[in-house]
Design a protein around this ligand. Structure first.
Ligand code: ADP
Length: 620
């Protein structure tokens, strides 16, 4: 950048103009003065020549050359003037300073030629005789009498020239003095002008300099100060108007920047709080931006991700393929990708669109990803469920169909066989009924829990558990199993008595079912402080039966999951009992758990939120 400061643009040209002006004025002044001096001196010399011309003419006419020379010497000395008389041939007749006989012909001198022509001749020259600059004035010597008598001065015949001369050194000295004074004056004027120009330039440039600083601050985004120079009154109208305009511009700019920042923050907040993962890449597949959900899903280092290749940030071939396809076709694309997290999977529904700038040019791809893992899992669960239900129903129905066909094919005739077969058909029908019954109650509980319509009320647990124990008493006594109940009379919880009783019955029935004869089942309830600091009411059903292998425990509460299929079927189990228990616990805001050891027995737990003392007002 070769731009110079304003002060250096104003100051030097001004100085130069002043300098040139002073030089021109000085030159013109001194020339005019010199001309004036010379003219004045010329007139004086001419007057002196005229004063002595008559005497000289007389002496010449009389041929008194010695007298003439003496006259010239004397007059010259007195008047401090060199006087020379020259005849028409150019020969010097008399000279005040030199010996006339030794002097050369003077007819070629310009002033003499002029005088020969009848006029006054003037010339400034270096005198070869005296070796100094002289002003020469020559006047013509004209005949007075004879043929010219009575003629006008101009018409008389010239017969010689009278020349008077003075050295001009004195004038030159005087002029030099004057020129020195003019030069000194000019220097003073130049200095004064330079100072004034400097001050004026600074006065013009300083507010502009301050405005520049202010503008620099604006460019850095600092709008805290204004160019309020116009308030001072010392700046020019143009600068004040410019400052005011800049202030207005800064105001608007500040406002606009604030709006943009606010909008950007709002957008960022929206972007960050979106549950969908959003990822934007440029046309070279480099990450432009991504939101928090994307960072979480892909476990990305947010700070490093920006500017990195998509392939480096997200290791998923399907996503890379989709982005490439959108960049090639410039058309939106909906698809799905699966992310592997160790053994588990996450399903993401992807919606990709080409990113276009204001002029419609493609600048990358925006992909919005929805986590549909839950949906897919639910779909899978539903599919499995339908398959399981069909399978569960198929077994008794196939059996019933087979026996009915056998009966129809003639087994009916044998009463003993017929009775046996019909008993099996009845058992299978009961099994069918139980399955359907359990399915219905499961869907009823699910519906209640989804619509949050379960009617919970604060009540004592003891009567509910006692009722459940009573319900199972018959089955237990058939196997000679003793059921004992340990529950504080006053232990309370917010429960739906019917549902909770059903859950406990299911657990107790299982405990009886999977226990040897003459064993024991213990139903307990107590309030416990858990490790996380919360209080829970925990109901447990413990048996000392066959127990459950460890590998089955995690899936035990799934629908139709059985640890021992053959035994469960034989005992008329549906595989839905524990699933119902789990759903009932969840509708109470609680949970289920199991502890078991093969051959030692099992304990099932239902934990419910404990009622804090201030809420135990008995109202539901
Ligand atoms: P089922 O109707 O088959 O009993 P559940 O859902 O009630 O179905 O139980 C699921 C499976 O859990 C049972 O098939 C059984 O293998 C196992 N199970 C449940 N309770 C016990 C228990 N107290 N002791 C041993 N195994 C049990």
């Amino acid at each position: 950048m070769n731009n110079r400061k304003l002060i250096w643009q104003i100051f030097p040209p001004n100085l130069l103009i002043t300098l040139v002006a002073m030089l021109v004025v000085s030159w013109y002044g001194s020339t005019a003065l010199q001309k004036f001096y010379i003219e004045q001196l010329g007139s004086a010399l001419q007057a002196r020549a005229y004063l002595i011309r008559d005497t000289v003419s007389q002496l010449m006419a009389d041929g008194k050359f010695d007298e003439l020379r003496e006259f010239c010497r004397k007059s010259g000395r007195e008047a401090l003037t060199r006087i020379t008389v020259i005849d028409l041939s150019g020969k010097v007749v008399a000279d005040s300073n030199e010996d006339a006989d030794l002097m050369e012909l003077h007819n070629a001198r310009p002033e003499i030629i002029e005088a020969y022509n009848g006029h006054t001749g003037t010339s400034i020259r270096l005198s070869r005789t005296l070796q100094e600059n002289m002003l020469y004035v020559a006047v013509p010597l004209k005949l007075d009498g004879g043929n010219d008598a009575g003629k006008a001065e101009a018409d008389r015949t010239v017969y010689g020239a009278l020349r008077v001369a003075v050295p001009v050194t004195a004038i030159e000295r005087t002029l030099e003095n004057v020129q020195i004074k003019i030069a000194l004056g000019a220097i003073v004027v130049i200095f004064a002008a330079a100072l004034v120009t400097l001050l004026v330039s600074r006065r013009i440039s300083r507010p502009l300099e301050e405005m520049k600083q202010c503008a620099l601050r604006y460019s850095r985004g600092d709008f805290s100060q204004r160019m309020s120079l116009h308030k001072g009154g010392s700046v020019s109208l143009e600068v004040a108007t410019l400052a005011a305009s800049m202030d207005r511009m800064a105001e608007q700019l500040n406002e606009r920047i604030r709006t943009i920042v606010r909008q950007r923050n709002e957008l960022e907040a929206v972007f960050a709080s979106m549950s969908e993962a959003v990822l934007a890449v440029d046309t070279h597949e480099r990450v432009i931006s991504l939101n928090k959900a994307a960072v979480d899903i892909f476990a990305i280092d947010e700070k490093r991700a920006s500017g990195m290749l998509l392939q480096e940030v997200v290791r998923n071939i399907d996503l890379h393929r989709q982005v490439k396809q959108i960049l090639e076709n410039l058309e939106p694309l909906q698809d799905e990708i699966i992310l592997q997290y160790g053994v588990s999977e996450r399903f993401l529904q992807t919606n990709g669109v080409p990113l276009l700038d204001g002029s419609g040019r493609n600048i990358g791809v925006l992909v919005v990803m929805n986590d549909v893992t839950r949906l897919r899992r639910l779909e899978n669960v539903r599919r499995d469920f339908v398959a399981n239900v069909s399978h569960e129903l198929k077994t008794p129905i196939t059996s019933i169909k087979g026996y009915v066909e056998t009966l129809l094919e003639g087994a009916m005739d044998n009463r003993e066989d017929a009775e046996r077969f019909l008993k099996i058909i009845l058992k299978q029908s009961n099994q069918l009924y139980a399955i359907i019954e359990d399915l219905l109650s499961l869907s009823r509980i699910e519906k209640l829990s989804e619509s949050k319509e379960v009617d919970l009320s604060l009540g004592n647990l003891h009567p509910i558990l006692d009722e459940a124990v009573q319900t199972c008493q018959m089955k237990a006594s058939q196997k000679n199993i003793r059921i004992s109940l340990n529950c504080p009379e006053k232990l309370q919880a917010r429960v739906n008595a019917t549902l909770l009783e059903q859950a406990v019955v299911n657990l107790v029935v299982n405990a009886v079912k999977y226990s040897e004869d003459a064993s024991e089942v213990i139903v307990s309830a107590e309030e416990k402080k858990l490790d996380d600091g919360t209080n829970r009411v925990v109901i447990s059903v413990r048996d000392f039966g066959i127990g459950i292998a460890k590998k089955h425990l995690p899936r035990l509460f799934e629908r139709f999951y059985r640890s021992d299929k053959a035994r469960s079927r034989k005992l008329g189990g549906t595989g839905l009992g524990l699933s119902i228990v789990k759903h009932i616990a969840q509708t109470h805001g609680g949970d289920v758990a199991v502890k078991s050891q093969e051959g030692q027995g099992s304990t099932f737990f239902i934990s419910l939120p404990a009622v804090s003392p201030d809420k135990s007002d008995g109202k539901g």
